[in-house]
Write a protein that binds this ligand. Structure first.
Ligand SMILES: [Zn+2]
Length: 233
């Protein structure tokens, strides 16, 4: 199927069609981003999540009522198959931890952060830093969100350069999540994945709020004291 999505350059589309992307966490952001990347014709999506679809996920995640009780990675692979995209979806029912990260990410060209807590994000960040794997970070809660492309090249900032300490997680099952905020965060994340394929990548940390709509980009830089970067640069 020829992708008719016309915004990204033919070069970016061609490179996506040869890329294997690991989507780590298949909740509100991860499920949307995986479907968007499939519609762009990405070669392979490695779907990594240990959870099952619950009734309460239906409001904010891409899953359907019929999929309640199914492993999220399998439910998402079904949804990807239903788009008609040639993308190969590889469901991996597993949790990414410090010890499992390198194995789960081996051979991927890019990682997408679809996680819902900073402890897991830091494990993903550390693994991507070591493997020099580009990572598209995204997070959202309530009507707010953030996203950044972390190219993980020499002297580029990583997630812990930006957040040296674990920020307070805003559990969206407690504080709530505006579905449009997940749409927005995922849209930014997909654009950042495409940006990574251009000679000059999009830099900075994007922050948005949809309550009083605004989008801001703040510059980010590497931190010499960063624990995740120590010994790697
Ligand atoms: Zn760092």
């Amino acid at each position: 199927m020829e992708s008719r999505f016309g915004t990204f350059s033919p070069v970016a589309k061609r490179r996506l069609s040869r890329s294997s992307i690991a989507v780590v966490g298949c909740g509100a952001i991860g499920s949307r981003t995986a479907l968007s990347l499939a519609r762009l014709g990405v070669k392979e999506l490695r779907l990594i999540d240990w959870d099952v679809v619950e009734e309460c996920n239906l409001e904010t995640q891409a899953y359907t009522k019929k999929q309640v009780g199914t492993k999220k990675v399998e439910a998402l692979a079904q949804l990807i198959g239903a788009t008609g995209s040639p993308t190969l979806a590889v469901p991996i029912h597993s949790q990414l931890t410090k010890s499992s990260a390198a194995k789960l990410l081996a051979g991927a060209d890019f990682a997408v952060d679809g996680l819902d807590n900073f402890q897991s994000r830091f494990a993903l960040n550390a693994a991507c830093r070591k493997l020099r794997l580009p990572l598209a970070f995204a997070a959202c809660a309530r009507a707010d969100g953030m996203a950044a492309l972390l190219v993980n090249k020499k002297n580029s900032p990583c997630l812990r350069c930006i957040f040296p300490k674990q920020p307070q997680d805003q559990d969206c099952s407690v504080v709530g999540l505006l579905p449009a905020a997940a749409d927005f965060a995922s849209g930014l994340q997909v654009a950042l994945v495409a940006s990574s394929l251009r000679p000059i990548q999009t830099e900075g940390l994007f922050y948005f709020n949809l309550e009083n709509p605004m989008l801001e980009r703040v510059s980010i830089r590497d931190n010499q004291k960063c624990n995740a970067c120590r010994g790697i640069k």
